[in-house]
Design a protein around this ligand. Sequence first.
Ligand code: NOJ
Length: 567
Amino acid sequence: MNMRTKEFTLPEAEAQARAAAQAGTEWWRSAVIYQIYPRSFADSDGDGIGDLPGITSRLPYLARLGIDAIWLSPFYRSPQADAGYDVADYRAVDPLFGTLGDFEHMRHQAHALGMKVIVDLVPNHTSDEHAWFQAALQSPPGSAERARYLFRDGSGPHGDLPPNNWKSVFGGEAWSRAPGDSQWYLHLFDRKQPDLKWDHPEVRAEFEDVLRFWLDRGVDGFRVDVAHGLIKAPGLPDWSGQAAMVEGTSDDSGSSGNAGPMWDQEGVHEIYRGWRRLLDTYPGERMMVAEAWIAPQARLVRYIRGDEMQQAFNFDYLLAHWDAAEIRAVVDSSLAASASVGAPTTWVMSNHDSVRHTSRYGLREPGSRPKGIDAAGEQPDEALGLRRARAAALLTLALPGSAYIYQGEELGLPEHTTLEARYRQDPAFFRTQGAEIGRDGCRVPLPWQAEAPSFGFGPGEKSWLPQPDNFARYAVDQQDDVSGSTLELYRELLRLRRDYALGSGQLQWHAVHSPDALIFDNGRLRAVINLGMQPIALPQGALLISSEPLEAPGELPGNTAAWLKLE
Ligand code: NOJ
């Protein structure tokens, strides 16, 4: 492997101290968790797709960043119809990403560096190339093989209409006809992602076994995909509300992800209670985080009651606009909702399903969440978006609870907003005939070196999605040890966050004189965020760090944040 950037070593004592601090303390409550999208993180073999050895080679970089855990999006055997969220074998590593041995090595190295490892679990649907679905297709209607999925006869006089009116989250009908067959099968996502029938005992037993498989391999937790979708209302009744849940491809409405007979059914909770019991039989502290796009928060936190999962992604926070009142309201409602069940809150700004927040904050309506951006659409103001994203880092990382960082966020990486249609791979782009631009723009391989082919993503030119020219400016080697760079900003923020124990602290708001300002204390630290364009007066306190240089004493410029030390 040819990874040419400097390798960092973390002093062993620091790694041990971090591991010790995490031990026995419900580490997830305050953890900073870094999302790795394996196909775009680091490519060791030059095929243009990131892989597990690539991740291993960059673990020292992540340890130096100062995160507590990594979460890996799926790397399992898969035809990659939805970038791995279509799993054909839950116990195998796809050769694209390496081998099980590579995973074990990666996991071992991560632990040695004091970082926990969370893997993705995709229980709502399998790939259509999964052995179970293949067997179902080869078996007649009514067979035991079909009972693990949601096969139904069609409607209409000839059965040639879908069984109900449900739509796929990715566009089009949620039903496809089994090839050469009278029956249809349900897929809330792509037709290559048939939904499992979670009332079936074999499905339940299988997933408990899959959990055990990865727990036995030392993983510290699971990110549960589509956690609110596993159980469907009996009879699969028609539903004429909003066609799809608020998901990766949704619009900006932020509405009603829980509505409809396919989402947030009561029966999901007993599944998670069972999984929790299973996780608790393992030594160490294993956790689950729910991906559940549901509203309101009172519904969401039912997934993180004491005997269910430990965390849920806070998408209300991701959906908030760059607006002080809106952010404050979301922070308050999030803290109150999670406190009501004794769980930690999470803070998420970006992931592999959303336009990167650096670019969202550079739009005319900052923070709005389009379904991808292409060359024909509004182009974000790159400098303004970055400036706001840096300020947002001081906001997010000062909040009590657990914070998620999406790979590249620590570089201030923007969305690829001019990716040509011919490169697009997101099934939502195809299923909507391009009406949805899709999620490829936030999934572009990371730049590690400005001057290297593929910006150092791999040893050669190949990169599964082309990288835009402006990625050169954001490359790790352009920021490493460069004072004022976004990477150094994140490193310093994460160090201070640990020193001041912000993750396990408490938030106390202060009155502000500007409608664009947010000021709160967390222990001995005061965070001041100016979301407006005009400078505001900086309150008392010794300056620890600011997202931009402060030009006038006592003044915080627009779209800038600062952390002050309280005596
Ligand atoms: C949520 C995942 O984050 C997304 O990438 C995927 O397309 C859907 N679930 C379906 O698995």
